[in-house]
Design a protein around this ligand. Structure first.
Ligand SMILES: Nc1ncnc2c1ncn2[C@@H]1O[C@H](COP(=O)(O)OP(=O)(O)OP(=O)(O)O)[C@@H](O)[C@H]1O
Length: 380
């Protein structure tokens, strides 16, 4: 198990990680998500003893990484796949690592086979593609057959077959009872791979729960209802009936109705009782990506200047605020979205509390330029 307690890292005036506390349990794949610059790599580096926390601590199996006896046999990590000596062959690179950790050479050939690099094992790694480099990094992480594995963007540069392979590998490692902690920006992939999610924004914990709970806590499920296009009066009759029954009703641009607060069966019964025919009645469940966008909307440092909100619907006034009673109230005209402490495009806020909607995070200054990384104890 990995445990972070009050973990904080400051680089001069810059707070990269602020008071993070969470546990990563064995037997599951835990996804580590957050916008660019939110502190994921910094957190992982502190886990691996590559950066020293300013305050707080992080332990693996109850020990700080630096005091773990024979750490490579207990913890394997892929942080930066390019961190290899390009003049060495894949096999020699792994042999060096194995010798340093007292791991038998036979294990090197074993992991080369596991990651599918056996045919290029004798080739210099500076001729490797991005995907081959990732596979070599994963082989290095697996070398000591460790119980705890950390992967920073493991599918970066992999083709679809490679991505599927990594997904199955992570799941298999977790099913063997290992602790698997993996960061990624690929939400669709995370949704298929991870059981549990830890989400951070601007160095602070935003969420720590199962994927299923995360999606339901950060999405507004609704039903799409469509009545015959040539009978607007049926649409109005149904809107009145659904609203009277306590549902929220909002028209969609294509003529359908977006209904919240009523189960599908109730919508169907109300339509039947009002003598309204339905051409469509379908549930809409948010994807992990939608839920993630809502959760992190106030914690994104870098955004395009082009208008990515095109095509997104404006939420009705009060949406996501305590006391909001649904769509379809009389006189509901689209209003500008509530203030969020960022510029850029807007996605509707989560139904629950968004920490950034209430208390803007202490804003560590964002510097896309990382030239200052050369400072202090950055030992990479
Ligand atoms: N050695 C350093 N010196 C100064 N600032 C740093 C250093 N390392 C990280 N930072 C800053 O800390 C913040 C967090 O960076 P980090 O690389 O941990 O984020 P991340 O979530 O991994 O980002 P990405 O998803 O883009 O990889 C960033 O603003 C970054 O510029």
């Amino acid at each position: 198990m990995i445990e972070a307690v009050g973990l904080t890292k400051r680089y001069g005036a810059k707070t990269a990680v602020h008071n993070l506390s969470f546990q990563v349990r064995p037997g599951a794949v835990t996804g580590f998500l957050g916008p660019n610059g939110s502190g994921k790599s910094t957190t992982m580096r502190m886990m691996l003893g590559l950066d020293r926390p300013t305050s707080g601590h992080v332990t693996i199996g109850g020990h700080a990484f630096r005091s773990l006896p024979n750490a490579p046999r207990q913890v394997g990590a892929l942080l930066d796949a390019k961190a290899v000596h390009g003049g060495r062959s894949a096999r020699n690179h792994l042999l060096c690592l194995a010798q340093l950790a007292g791991i038998p050479a036979a294990r090197v050939d074993e992991v080369l086979g596991v990651v599918g690099l056996q045919d290029v094992a004798k080739k210099r790694s500076n001729g490797f593609s991005l995907g081959m480099g990732q596979r070599l990094g994963i082989a290095a992480a697996l070398l000591g057959d460790p119980q705890v594995l950390l992967f920073d963007e493991p599918v970066n540069g992999l083709d679809p077959e490679g991505i599927l392979w990594v997904r199955n590998l992570m799941k298999q490692l977790a099913s063997e009872g290992r602790t698997v902690f993996v960061s990624s920006h690929l939400m669709s992939e995370m949704a298929l791979t991870a059981d549990h999610l830890i989400v951070i924004g601007r160095g602070q914990l935003l969420s720590d729960m199962s994927i299923k709970d995360f999606i339901s806590a950060n999405s507004a499920d609704f039903a799409r209802v469509r009545t015959p296009a040539d009978r607007p009066e049926e649409r109005e009759k149904l809107t009145a009936s659904l609203t009277k029954a306590g549902g929220g009703v909002m028209p969609e641009p294509d003529g359908a109705l977006r209904v919240t607060g009523l189960p599908l069966s109730r919508i169907s019964d109300l339509a039947h009782a009002s003598d309204v025919r339905l051409w469509e009645l379908s549930p809409h469940q948010a994807s992990l990506e939608e839920a993630y966008m809502r959760m992190t909307q106030g914690a994104v440092d870098y955004r395009s200047t082009t208008d990515a909100k095109e095509g997104l619907q404006l939420p009705p006034p009060g949406y996501g605020q305590p006391g909001f009673e649904g769509y379809g109230q009389p006189g509901h005209a689209p209003q500008p979205p509530p203030e969020v402490p960022q510029q850029g495009w807007y996605a509707p806020p989560p139904p629950g509390q968004n920490p950034y909607a209430v208390t803007p995070a202490p804003a560590p200054t964002a510097t896309p330029d990382r030239t200052e990384r050369k400072t202090s104890e950055d030992s990479r």
